[in-house]
Design a protein around this ligand. Sequence first.
Ligand code: F6R
Length: 632
Amino acid sequence: MCGIVGYVGRSEAAPILLDGLRRLEYRGYDSAGVAIVDGDHIETRKCAGRIAELGKLMAAKPPTGTYGISHTRWATHGKPTDQNAHPHFDASGKLALVHNGVIENYQALKDQLILDGDRNFSSETDTEVLAHLIGKLYDASASEAPAASNGNAAATLPNKKGRLVDAVRAALRQVIGTYGIALVHSDIPDFIVGARRGSPLVLGVGKDENFLASDVSAIVAHTRDAVYLNDFDVVAVERDKFEISSVAGEAGNYQLSKVEFTDADIKKGDYPHYMLKEIFEQPGSVRDAMRGRLSPEECTAKLGGLNMTPAQLRDVGRIVLTGCGTALHAGMIGEYLIEQLAQIPTEVEYASEFRHRNTPMTRDTLVFAISQSGETADTLGALRESRRKGYRTLGICNNVASTIARESDGGVYMHAGPEIGVAATKSFTSQVAILTTIGLLLGRMRHLSTSEGTRIIDALEALPAQIEEVLKLSDQIKAIAKKYASVPGMLFFGRQFNFPVALEAALKLKEITYLFAEGHPSAELKHGIIALVRPDLPSVFIAPDDAVFSKNVNNIEQVRARKGPVIAITSGKGAKHLAKIADDIVTIPNVPDYVSPILTVIPLQLLAYHLAVELGRDVDKPRNLAKSVTVE
Ligand code: F6R
C-alpha cells in the first residue's frame, strides 16, 4: 500500500530508485515518481499510471544525482493523477517528500497553514500538507538558536541537518495518522530523512551507501543488512552513517538484521506471473512451514516461537484467530482444526471488526493475529487492542521482523519466502499448515493419543508430494478455464474444512478476474442462493471423498436439476461418482479431512489464475488492489 525508496551514496540514484520501485509495485500502482537532488535543485519526474510509464519519462530525460527519493502510489486522498503523484514539495520548492500512510488531520493542518499565509498547494493529497508543514518549520528555525544547543538527539548533526530533523519531528508531533516518509532538501547535500508510524520503513545499510524502503525486497539486490525501524523512529541517513532518534527527540535503539532471502528469491524466473510461480512453490513453502516443527518421536509439534510453557499451553481455554482476507479464511479453517484436534473453543474474528468491538474474552483466551505481510493495519490494530487488554497475542506471519511479528508475544513464522503476487496463494497454505501444527500441539496436550498424533504428522509430511501431484493438473484446469471463459461469474460451495476454501476460491476469482463470485457452505444453497442458479453460471463444488461427500452430492444434484453447470474438485471414490453428474471434475489425492484444504485450494487458485489470463487481466497487479494493506 504505497511503496517508498530512498538512496544516498556514490552511484547514480535514478536506476536504483526505479528498480526499487519496480520491486515495490505490488504495494500500489496508481502513479509513481522520483525526486533526485542534482546540485542545488531537485529533479522530479512523476506521472499517473504504472512504473513503466515513469520509466519512460525518466528515459526521455534522465535525472542525475546521487541521492533521492521515490514512490509508487495506491491512492487514498486524491485521484490517481500526475498532480497527486508523489513526491510533493513544500512551499519553497526545496523540500521533496514521499509518504505511505494517511494523515488523518491533514485538513486541520492545511487550514492552519493557509491561515498563516501558505496557499501554494498544487495537489489534493494529505502528503503535500505534511511537506509544507515540515518546510515551514525548517525555514522558521533558520532564525532560531542552532540545533546544537537544544539538547536533543539531533544535536550531533550539523546545523542544517539537525534543523531539518528537528522540523520533521516537530511536524510529526502534530500529525494524527500513519506515515512512512522519506524526504530530501536541496540545500542539504547527501542527506535523507525518514520516519515511520504505522507504515513500514526499513533502512538498508550498505558500503558507502544507504537506503530507505517500505520493504527490503526493494533493496536486497544492494544489501542484506537492514534495520527495521520502529514506530516513532526518525532516521537521518547519509552515505556512510545514519542516526536514529525518536519523534520525541530521544536517541533511538536499533538492531542490525540480516535479510533472510536473496535477490534471486524475488525474481519471476521462467514464470509468466509471480502468482503462478508462487502457486508452484507450494510444495516447498508448505514443507518449510513444517520444517523442524514436527516431532515424530513424541507424536506432536514443537513450536518454540510461541514462547509459552507447557503449563501455559495447557491452560488455554479459548482461542481467537484474527486476520483479513485470505488470512481470515485460513483462520476459519484453523477454527475447524483447533476445535477438532484440540477441542478448544475457537472463534474467528475479522480483524477490522475485532479491534473496534467489545468481544467477550476470558482470562485464558489466546489470540493469534494471522498476516502474511505482518503489516496489515487492521490486523495490527487487533493485535494491539488485544495486548492492551492483557491477552497473550501471538503472530502467524511471513515477513520476519514485520510490525506484527515484532509486537506480538511470540508466534510462528511461515518461512514461505517473499510473496509478490497481489493475490495471496502460498501464504494461505502455509498458514493452514501452521494452524494444523498448532491444533496438533494443543491436542496432544489434551486428549489426542500417540497414534492420532502420528496419523496427523504422517498426513502433514505427505503433503508436499501430494501438492506436486495437484500441480500436474494445471493444464487440465487451464482447459476448464477456457471452456468457462465467458461466464458472468461463479458460485463456490464446500462443507466443513472446505467451506472456507469456497470463500477463498471466490475471493481469488473476484480479485484477479473481476467476475462476480460467492462462496457458501454447500447446504446453504437451498436457503436462497439456489435462486442464482442458471445454465450460464457454473457452481464449483469442493467435494472430496470425506464424511460429508454424500451431502455435497445432494447439493450438486439440486444444481443439476436446475440446469446449472457443475465443476467438482474431488478425490478418491468421489471421482467415479461425480464423473456421472458433474460437467467437469478435477481429481486430487485423497487425504484426511483436516489437511484437505491445503490440496483442494490449489486447483481453485489455478482456476482463477488461468481464467484471469484467458480474460487478459493483469494477474499480478489486479485493478484497485495492493498488497500489504497498511491503511484502514
Ligand atoms: C487476497 C489477499 C488479501 C490479504 C489481506 C491480508 O488475495 O491478498 O485479502 O490476504 O489483505 O493480508 P496479510 O496476510 O498481509 O495481513
